[in-house]
Design a protein around this ligand. Structure first.
Ligand code: MG
Length: 401
């Protein structure tokens, strides 16, 4: 029986993780859950079904709200579950003693601290929160190695690379072929993209995901963040990570080995596939929850080079990926704030890379950052990005001592 804790249980990754857990009650026991405040009724349902030991809500005032919801449902069985809150609550859920795997399905920088603390205990992390490695890869990877903790990627591309690499070492790799669908604007011209609305950008052709990552797919920042994620996960120089557009999202990524052989992983674009793999790794467990691939029905797979001029976020991220500084953390933080501003209707789609570039240009990057440096850079970048999108003139950062 595998004991798991799940952060972000009411989000897209969280719901699909619980779908798989529900299908394997003899193999998975859910011990901890953490979720956002807007979805408390769903969280209450999850608590009732899975009966975790501990559940965390975002704010203190959410604690009585969740208690109320649990009592209203009336069967009394959920009252054993302890309720905690806030960022400390998230860490508590991530570090419940005796858990085998932590699934990090939260969005954004919020995933860094709980992942850090879980790795310190040697807990396996099923990592769906790519922002953790983007912002803090230089701290997270050595920490995992030091404590002998495994990181199993849930991001579909990285799961594909991870599976393709099974049995090989980094020295066997010539390069990685990181595939990306190109999002909703793959076939749009640069001029058409200028007038893209929030609704246009939220129409992902293949994947059903949360709003932040769907916008990241439209700008292709998502692929840029995935380059950074891959470089840390697989310990590879950025020059060995090649982005290939693949409209059908069937080849989830591949590895080209030094003998010219290419091994890739294919499947339907459904996140339950990499989640299922990460939950049961290193075993292959039979499931009907994952849809089957019918190659003849799909007919054709196409591949093309990405247009870096059209997808400027991808270009910016690729440049940042080469750096071993706080710059990637700033990229991530600025992107989170600016994507939110776009979703709120405050800025136009085509200005997203301009804002990100401006925040990056103002940052005094620091080499070999500690976790504290990263937390500080994240805070600075958010403030700076917010000031920019709100039209206030931000203060140039003083050079670091
Ligand atoms: Mg991905």
């Amino acid at each position: 029986m595998k004991k798991i804790s799940l952060l972000g249980s009411t989000g897209s990754i969280g719901r699909q993780t619980l779908d798989i857990a529900a299908a394997h009650p003899d193999k998975i026991k859910v011990i901890g859950l953490a979720a956002g405040g807007k979805t408390l009724p769903l969280l209450a349902d999850q608590v009732r079904i899975f009966q975790p030991e501990l559940v965390s809500v975002p704010k203190e005032e959410d604690v009585p709200r969740l208690k109320d919801l649990l009592e209203k449902r009336g069967d009394g069985t959920s009252t054993k579950t302890k309720i905690t809150f806030g960022e400390t609550g998230l860490v508590e859920v991530a570090t419940i003693s005796g858990i085998d795997t932590l699934v990090t399905g939260v969005v954004g920088f919020l995933g860094v601290k709980p992942t850090y603390e879980a790795l310190k205990l040697g807990t396996t992390v099923a990592l769906a929160n790519k922002e953790t490695l983007v912002a803090a890869g230089s701290v997270i990877m050595p920490l995992a190695r030091k404590h002998g903790a495994k990181i199993v990627p849930v991001d579909s591309e990285h799961s594909a690379i991870f599976q393709s690499l099974s049995g090989y070492t980094p020295a066997d790799i010539e390069c990685i072929l990181l595939t990306g669908s190109g999002g909703p604007f793959r076939t749009w011209t640069k001029d058409q993209i200028r007038f893209a609305t929030v609704d246009d950008a939220l129409q992902h052709p293949n994947w059903s995901m949360g709003p932040k990552i769907t916008i990241d797919s439209a700008t292709m920042m998502n692929k840029g963040l995935e380059i950074i994620e891959a470089r840390w996960l697989f310990d590879l120089p950025v020059e060995k990570i090649h982005v290939v557009l693949h409209a059908q999202s069937i080849l989830h990524s591949a590895v080209q080995f030094v003998d010219g052989s290419v091994i890739g992983q294919l499947g339907m674009p459904d996140m339950r596939l990499p989640i299922h793999y990460a939950l049961f790794h290193p075993d292959r467990i039979a499931t009907q929850r994952v849809p089957r691939l019918n190659l003849a029905e799909i007919g054709q797979l196409s591949f093309e080079e990405p247009d870096y001029d059209k997808f400027r976020c991808l270009k910016i991220a690729k440049e940042v990926a080469r750096e071993d500084t706080t710059l990637a953390c700033v990229l991530n933080a600025a992107n989170e704030v600016i994507v939110q501003a776009f979703l709120n209707g405050s800025i136009n789609f085509h200005t997203i890379p301009d804002y990100i570039k401006r925040v990056l240009d103002r940052h005094a990057a620091q080499s070999n950052p500690t976790l504290e440096d990263i937390l500080e850079a994240d805070k600075w970048a958010r403030k700076e990005a917010l000031a920019l999108v709100e039209g206030k003139s931000a203060v140039r950062q003083a050079p670091r001592r």
